[in-house]
Ligand binder design. Structure first.
Ligand SMILES: C[S@@+](CC[C@H](N)C(=O)[O-])C[C@H]1O[C@@H](n2cnc3c(N)ncnc32)[C@H](O)[C@@H]1O
Length: 373
């Protein structure tokens, strides 16, 4: 499977427009700061962007970020600006042609960002085998990935490796494609469906269980959006499987329980994160208004307390009194409803080879910022 994917991203595709499932993605609704960040990136890198979401975790200054399946490096060069000169970004990819584009522009971006030393490097290798690239245990602050893990033939190994290399309290923040049911084996053998990030996708419930099994006890959904396939031939080939592009964050935190429990704890966000002064969204279920006490589960308490966000919160309470299950304030991620909404809209009558936009819906505090990848 690795060879099929290498051929697809190294030889078949020549640019973002060749993709058959997200051709309509534009950056129209990005925040002004993200627009500036992307405008600083070399055109050749931008033209070979094959992501399915916007991967922009908050609070990255000084962090070491690792991008799994970095491709031509668009997200790496965006992160290079967000981590600043004291941070560092490492991109990993297995496809020579993609890495050649990424490597060709290291010096261009160093100069563009005004850095004395380049803060970006690219490694050739497999995301299932980060040990072969000498990426040490507990060494990375934040892992990102954009439309890649669905392409891996061994997703358990990938998640295991991510858990190994993350520092305690670190996280992977990533966009990927998920299916609403297990994809039948014969569809996985279709190189076009696989290369287009469809038939390698995990059933989302299996993904969450896999993440939990390697130690990411509470997968946090940030946003999601149904992918529609307007190309009749491709849509027929994929049978009755529906796909969603979703952004998750998985924290490496200790002391988490299998369910969120209520210990009557609150946190107060201090409003001290740049560009998130009024509120901060952790995930679909947890948005913190600055200077306002917010109820949280014991799991969210542990996660925030061990993360790089801790110093931006005041923590109130302890674990001495248990009140039962923590009631989620937001709706659960409902894959089927997501697609029901999508199917309700008028289907395209043409036979174009593009889908409707694959970008995730913006998080609550990003509503005026990003609606597309
Ligand atoms: C859909 S593209 C996304 C590239 C990039 N993240 C972006 O947003 O433009 C998938 C990339 O993942 C890489 N890839 C897929 N499976 C991989 C694996 N097992 N190990 C390393 N790289 C992999 C491919 O070579 C390709 O560059």
């Amino acid at each position: 499977m690795h060879d099929i994917v290498k051929d697809y991203y190294g030889n078949v595709l020549k640019g973002s427009d060749d993709l058959q499932t997200n051709a309509c993605c534009t950056d129209d609704n990005l925040s002004s700061s993200l627009k500036v960040i992307l405008s600083n990136i070399h055109d050749e890198v931008m033209s070979r962007y094959y992501g399915c979401g916007l991967v922009t975790p908050e609070l990255l200054a000084g962090c070491h970020v690792l991008d799994l399946g970095c491709g031509a490096g668009r997200d790496c060069y965006a992160m290079a600006q967000m981590v600043g000169e004291t941070g560092f970004v490492t991109g990993v990819d297995m496809t020579d042609e993609q890495l050649a584009v990424a490597n060709q522009h290291v010096e261009y971006h160093r100069e563009k960002f005004g850095y004395e030393k380049a803060n970006t490097k690219f490694l050739k290798g497999y995301i299932e085998k980060l040990d072969e690239l000498n990426i040490a245990d507990n060494s990375i602050d934040v892992v990102i990935s954009n439309c890649v893990i669905n392409l891996s033939p061994d997703k358990h190994a990938v998640l295991n490796e991510i858990f190994r290399i993350l520092k305690p309290g670190g996280e992977i923040y990533f966009s990927d494609v998920y299916a609403d049911k297990r994809v039948p084996a014969h569809l996985k053998d279709d190189p076009l469906l696989y290369g287009e990030c469809l038939s390698g996708a995990l059933y989302w419930h299996d993904f969450e269980n896999l993440a939990k099994s390697v130690g990411f006890v509470e997968p946090r959904l940030v946003n999601s959006r149904a992918i529609t396939i307007d190309n009749n031939e491709l849509a027929t080939r994929i049978e009755d499987v529906n796909f969603t592009s979703a952004t998750y964050r998985l924290f490496k935190a200790e002391g988490l329980e299998t369910d969120g429990q209520n210990y009557a704890q609150t946190v107060t966000y201090q409003g001290t994160i740049i560009e998130h002064e009024a509120m901060l969204t952790l995930d679909q279920k947890n948005t913190f208004i600055a200077q306002q006490a917010t109820n949280i589960s014991g799991n969210t308490w542990h996660t925030l307390k061990q993360s790089r966000f801790a110093e931006h919160f005041v923590f109130n309470g302890d674990f001495s009194k248990h009140l039962g299950l923590f009631a989620a304030t937001d709706e659960q991620f409902d894959f089927i409803d997501d697609h029901a909404e999508n199917h309700a809209s008028a289907p395209s009558s043409n036979n174009s080879t593009s889908s409707s936009c694959c970008a995730p819906a913006p998080a609550p505090d990003q509503k005026n910022k990003s609606s597309c990848c």
